[in-house]
Design a protein around this ligand. Structure first.
Ligand code: HPA
Ligand code: ZN
Length: 341
């Protein structure tokens, strides 16, 4: 297969996305429209100015603009459109299942509560499910630059929406806010029956991945690319088949790797780890899920066999019940057979 036809094939195949911050899908046009509607002043006069600002030095320089962007979201309709815009992208990119991180602490800063957020999100999710069968799970993602007590309060507030969230996660600044500061949060969430994931080994060291596994008890790692710095950790991740939700365009934009040609995703995959491809914050990093796959095809000589493994992994690494994972993998087998026939 040529790189171009592999790209066409990848775009056409059914796939899951497991690492997506909903605020990271806020496109510049929608951001400016909501800012005008809600009379919020932003330092941008046009989408070109927004895009020009998206040249990041590191994770923190991105996060500063990411929280600024999210500050335009105020009422139920704003949250409806944020979710609907992304779910329409899913439909267009054959993302048949998606697991979306929601960060209520971001909106609490502007006095917006979970009732407003969830009313908008749930309306969009119901329309997408009824309209084209879109499968969605939500992850309650906590901000690690805020105190653990704040995350515990957010977890308690989410009790009213217990059925809407499958898992909890931990995002924001990894440097200076290591996983060991959130052991109580994860213990309480485990007791409440949430699945557990956390960002680790993105900008922070492999030790954060180890700590997230051992002290937080996570079943999945968001990013985890710096695990390669610890061969014993790589062996554990392989043996336990702990999923890594890797985000290639994000890692290059945030300078975790100097360029896509230096990304270690295929090295991790070839070492037998349960690696998946994801977009993280597509509106900020230059592409949705298919563009992430296309970047691997273009810069890393992705083979058809590796691509198939990544697509199967996307379902296997999800938080869906076993029977639903299997049904999606069977849908993928049919799509592969149909394409070849
Ligand atoms: N890392 C940490 N926090 C985040 C990210 C990320 O890549 N994207 C949005 N919040
Ligand atoms: Zn992320």
């Amino acid at each position: 297969m040529t790189s171009a036809s592999l790209g066409d094939w990848l775009c056409a195949m059914p796939k899951a996305e497991l690492h997506l911050h909903i605020d990271g899908s806020l496109e510049p046009g929608r951001m400016l429209q909501l800012a005008a509607k809600n009379a919020i002043s932003l330092p941008y006069a046009s989408t070109a100015e927004v895009e020009a600002a998206y040249r990041f030095e590191d994770l923190q320089s991105f996060l500063d603009l990411y929280y600024l962007g999210a500050s335009v979201l105020r009422d139920e309709d704003d949250f409806y459109w944020l979710m609907m815009d992304y779910l329409q992208r899913c439909r267009a990119q054959n993302i048949v299942h998606t697991e979306i991180m929601v960060e209520p602490q971001t909106y609490a800063a502007q006095g917006v509560g979970l009732d407003v957020i969830m009313a908008g999100f749930k309306r969009a999710m119901a329309e997408a499910r009824d309209g084209w069968g879109q499968s969605v799970l939500l992850i309650l993602s906590m901000l690690r630059h805020l105190p653990e007590a704040d995350a515990l309060a957010t977890l308690a507030a989410a009790d009213a929406y217990r059925d809407s969230f499958v898992a909890i996660g931990l995002a924001s600044s990894e440097q200076g806010f290591p996983p060991e500061g959130f052991q109580r949060l994860y213990a309480v969430a485990a007791e409440r029956g949430y699945a557990l994931t956390a960002h680790a080994g993105e900008e922070g060291p492999a030790a954060n991945v180890r700590t997230a596994l051992e002290k937080l008890g996570v079943a999945r790692i968001d990013h985890g690319v710096r695990s390669v710095e610890d061969p014993a950790l790589i062996e554990d991740l392989r043996q336990r088949q702990i999923p890594l939700t890797v985000c290639p365009l994000s890692n290059v934009r945030l300078r975790v790797f100097p360029g896509m040609a230096q990304h270690n995703l295929l090295e991790l995959l070839d070492a037998g780890l349960l690696v998946t491809v994801n977009s993280d914050d597509p509106a900020y990093f230059g592409g949705y899920l298919n563009e992430n796959f296309l970047a691997l095809a273009e810069h890393l000589h992705l083979t058809r066999a590796q691509a198939e493994t990544l697509l199967f992994n996307s379902f296997s690494a999800s938080f869906l019940p076993a029977a639903e994972k299997q049904a999606f993998r069977e849908q993928l087998v049919l799509a592969i057979d149909h394409w070849s026939a």
